[in-house]
Write a protein that binds this ligand. Structure first.
Ligand code: NAD
Ligand code: TYD
Length: 351
């Protein structure tokens, strides 16, 4: 019986990973450890919560004593670590929280796993889920490769880069069996509406301004979240210990071009006259230290592990918009209270 601890499973990507693993690996026990921050939502997992191979545990990875007791109790064989503070704008407003969860929390997990497994590392794995943002910002050409030097530019990416270094240090120093993946921007169902795509869908539905940072010329490389979850499964099952795998869809979009596709897609689906949502576009003050371009070369995972993205972008965007249109209650629930406070702090005086 394989016992897998997945951290951050109530969040956006984590919930898709949990669903995939619970459904695919019926003979594994899947434990979801999440402390349900504003970004964690058990609504994301209603369809799997009753399954006999799934257990939810509420807890904080910053609490090392709690983690020790948890490992003693459940004797995990592997960890897939996604729990993190994940939003660049929030990291600019409050960097300390990012150091707590992303750095201290990751080191706590590494330490507990090392202490529990050190007498026999066979069949053990610590899989750390990271981001392409650790590589910094590209100009108009080139791609991030697995050996691109780290050059993080935001408090978020600096905290993720730091956690990646600690993961490698634990392998180098203590022999902990690790694997790391660095993925490009994800989109899809269940993403909290602070990130570009769900924030803009929510604002279009509420006829609120669409805040484009700077000139909208920054470029991101977008991957449908279910394809990321499948890549995580492939790496978990077939990845080589100690390796890093970049994950991306070879799908670069300038923000303003992507936003226009999004506006057209929503207008068409809700029956608005052509051009309605584009009237909401509002150019606002740029993000501090805004990375110009991210672009992943995902050849390694494609060639060595046989993974490839399954969805074309237009299809992924259509599915995403459909999900948000169908799940307005989910959107309403997560955009009350604390969300409004964050929104006002982030966007007031920017326009
Ligand atoms: P998210 O913010 O949607 O979810 C994070 C989850 O972690 C939430 O459920 C939250 O409650 C939980 N969490 C936060 N702090 C915790 C703590 N101290 N203890 C326990 N649980 C805690 O994030 P996401 O977008 O799903 O990202 C998941 C992972 O993937 C992160 O490590 C992120 O860096 C990485 N990643 C994200 C993207 C992306 O585009 N979203 C791309 C590449 C990599
Ligand atoms: P985001 O979804 O925050 O992801 P990341 O910063 O991790 O790439 O932002 C994606 C891009 O969209 C980024 O270039 C910033 C831009 N952006 C806006 O123009 N307006 C917004 O309100 C947000 C949230 C992002």
């Amino acid at each position: 019986m394989n016992k897998i601890l997945i951290t951050g499973g109530a969040g956006f990507i984590g919930s898709h990973v949990i669903r995939l693993f619970v459904e695919k690996y019926k003979n594994y026990q899947i434990y979801n450890l999440d402390n349900l921050t504003y970004a964690g939502n058990l609504e994301n997992l209603r369809d799997v919560e009753h399954k006999s191979n799934y257990t939810f545990i509420k807890g904080d990875i910053v609490d090392d004593l709690f983690l020790t007791e948890l490992f003693e109790k459940h004797q995990f064989d592997s960890v897939i670590h996604l729990a993190a503070e994940s939003h660049v704008d929030r990291s600019i407003l409050n960097p300390i929280e990012f150091i707590q969860t992303n750095v201290i929390g990751t080191v706590n997990l590494l330490n507990v796993a090392k202490n529990f497994w050190k007498n026999d590392y066979s069949d053990k794995l610590f899989y750390h889920v990271s981001t392409d943002e650790v590589y910094g910002s590209l100009d108009n050409s080139g791609f991030f490769l697995e050996d691109t030097p780290y050059d993080p530019q935001s408090p978020y990416s600096a905290s993720k880069a730091s956690s990646d270094h600690f993961v490698r240090a634990y392998q180098n120093t203590y022999g902990l069996p690790i694997v790391i993946s660095n993925c490009s921007n994800n989109y899809g169902p269940n993403q909290f509406p602070e990130k570009l795509i769900p924030l803009f869908i929510n604002n279009i539905l509420n006829k609120r301004p669409l805040p484009v940072y700077g000139k909208g010329e920054n470029v991101r490389d977008w991957l449908y979240v279910v394809d990321h979850a499948k890549a995580i499964d492939v790496i978990f099952s077939k990845g080589k210990i100690g390796e890093t795998y970049n994950i991306g869809g070879f799908n670069e979009w300038k923000n303003i071009d992507l936003i226009k596709v999004l506006c057209k897609t929503v207008d068409k689906k809700v029956g608005n006259p052509v051009g309605t949502s584009e009237q909401l576009l509002t150019y606002v003050e740029d993000r501090a230290g805004h990375d110009l371009r991210y672009a992943i070369d995902a050849s390694k995972i494609m060639n060595e592990l046989g993974w490839e993205p399954s969805l074309q972008f237009e299809e992924g965007i259509a599915k995403t918009v459909d999900w948000y249109l169908k799940n307005t209650e989910w959107l309403e629930n997560v955009t009350s209270g604390a969300y409004l406070e964050y929104y006002n702090e982030q966007y007031q005086n920017r326009g």
